[in-house]
Design a protein around this ligand. Structure first.
Ligand code: ADP
Ligand code: MG
Length: 344
């Protein structure tokens, strides 16, 4: 519009700021699930139960037995840029938790109707708050066990455009299952369950062997094809499994990479994986693998992407060649001749 004269600059109200921020991180129900699961893990939970209805749009409910929150901390949890995970300003450069931006709950609360019930260890009772579109409605005490239960209803009820972009409940549920899979694979010692309506989809007991958790998601076809990987140098540690070429896939979605406990997607590392299987897979086929990498936090910047799916390495060439070499050496010392997925 053609407006003459100086424009009015307006400082946006916090609810609007949070809705805008939510646009970056909270794209769909699965983003909510990812953030809530990460918070439960950061809270030291040993058990996390998730229930979804209507593809997560109607309702997402998560319950954990983590450290919980006290009554006076609870409103801070849904305040933007408020976090318990950066105790001082230097901690940003060696983040040891999955979260640290202090934005997820504030963002989710601004685009949904949320109820949080929480009780911290040593507290005589729990407390509850209800938030509707970012506004805290009714704080008060409640009876609940130590830990936290968060319910998110009617996602995007006040941002109709965003709501329109959502796909069918089945598609949204598929994304939720993927987010759940990533977190449950990254934390095999935690008991996770997932219910869709009144139907139980997963009940995953804590595991000692990672292969058992992998099997509970992908079955014996995958678990019987796992080739253990275990390699460590002064900076990069790589453990987990590469799969037999016979269980290759038509896309690279079954390449699960975890860096310091966080699921990541990284083009360069996916390329390194493809290269390490060179000659063992037909064109257009992609390897399946489950790899956990550990590196000193100062070698990684997780601050690049709001959803933290992408990371930046201070020395990406080194990480690339370490992964490639590790797998190549492993394959050299393994009899792969019977494993080559050759056409019959
Ligand atoms: P971040 O995880 O980046 O700190 P969030 O908005 O996700 O930001 O959460 C804000 C704060 O709320 C966390 O720092 C944590 O102190 C608290 N919190 C959130 N979820 C839980 C939970 N399940 N158990 C205990 N505390 C939680
Ligand atoms: Mg968080």
């Amino acid at each position: 519009p053609q407006i003459k004269g100086p424009r009015i600059i307006r400082q946006l109200p916090p609810q609007l700021v949070n809705q805008i921020a939510a646009g970056e991180v909270i794209e769909r129900p699965a983003s909510v699930v990812k953030e809530l699961l990460e918070n439960s893990i950061d809270a030291g939970a040993t058990r996390v139960d998730l229930t979804i209805d209507g593809g997560g749009v109607e309702r997402i409910r998560i319950s954990d037995d983590g450290c919980g929150m006290t009554a006076e901390q609870l409103p801070l949890a849904v305040t933007s840029h408020a976090t318990s995970k950066l105790p001082d300003d230097d901690s940003l450069f060696h983040v040891g938790t999955l979260g640290f931006r202090g934005e997820a709950l504030a963002s989710i609360a601004s685009v949904s109707q949320m109820t949080i019930r929480s009780r911290a260890e040593g507290e005589p009772s729990g407390s509850q708050i209800d938030i509707r579109g970012g506004i805290i409605e009714s704080p008060g005490p409640c009876g609940c066990p130590v830990g936290t239960t968060i319910e998110v209803r009617n996602l995007f009820f006040n941002t109709p455009v965003r709501r329109k972009f959502l796909k069918t409940p089945q598609t949204e549920r598929g994304h939720i299952v993927e987010a759940f899979t990533r977190l449950a694979l990254a934390n095999p010692k935690v008991h996770f369950s997932l219910r869709n309506g009144d139907k139980e989809m997963f009940d995953l007991l804590p595991t000692v062997r990672w292969a058992d958790r992998i099997e509970s998601f992908f079955g014996t076809e995958i678990s019987e094809s796992l080739i253990p990987i275990d390699s460590e140098d002064s900076q990069v540690k790589i453990t987990g499994y590469a799969c037999d070429p016979s269980v290759s896939r038509g896309n690279n979605r079954m390449q699960y990479l975890f860096l310091n406990g966080r699921h990541i997607r990284d083009r360069a590392l996916q390329h390194a994986l493809g290269e390490s299987y060179r000659g063992m897979l037909m064109v257009g086929r992609h390897p399946v693998c489950f790899l956990r990498m550990t590196m000193p936090p100062e070698m990684i910047d997780v601050n690049v992407h709001p959803a933290k799916l992408e990371v930046r390495f201070t020395d990406s060439g080194r990480v690339y060649s370490r992964l490639l070499q590790t797998l190549r050496q492993r394959f050299l010392s393994t009899d792969m001749t019977h494993r080559v997925g050759s056409p019959e």
